[in-house]
Design a protein around this ligand. Structure first.
Ligand code: FES
Length: 117
């Protein structure tokens, strides 16, 4: 994790999204909410049930986790705990500030993760 940076670039930054074996790069205006950007571009951050029953990005349900490389320091308590213990971070609590890579994680029903092989 890179920590907070003060030199966030002007204009769009590149957000690389890994989904299984696929990888897509999209341009994002800095300051956008990561969850909102991912959903707008058709990426699913939820499990089968939590896709329909989630907190709407308020940091309460804990089901919108993604793995982030080179992301900003976590600000939300749950996101801090996730980052501290190596769990997926809450995409709804992450602001895109610079180019970074996000990996979607497969979830079972709610927000539980499938065990890694
Ligand atoms: S959408 Fe509920 S914690 Fe992110």
């Amino acid at each position: 994790m890179a920590g907070d940076r003060t030199d966030a670039p002007e204009g769009a930054v590149s957000l690389t999204v890994r989904d299984g074996d696929g990888e897509t790069t999209i341009d994002v205006e800095p300051g956008r909410n990561l969850r909102a950007v991912l959903l707008e571009h058709g990426f699913d951050v939820y499990g089968r049930v939590s896709r329909h029953a989630n907190c709407g990005g308020r940091g309460l349900c804990g089901t919108c986790g993604v793995r982030i490389e080179d992301g900003p320091e976590p600000a939300h308590w749950h996101d801090r705990a996730a980052a501290r213990w190596g769990y997926p971070r809450l995409s709804c609590q992450v602001t895109v500030k610079w180019g970074m890579t996000v990996e979607l994680v497969e979830k079972v029903v709610w927000g539980q993760l499938r065990p890694r092989p």
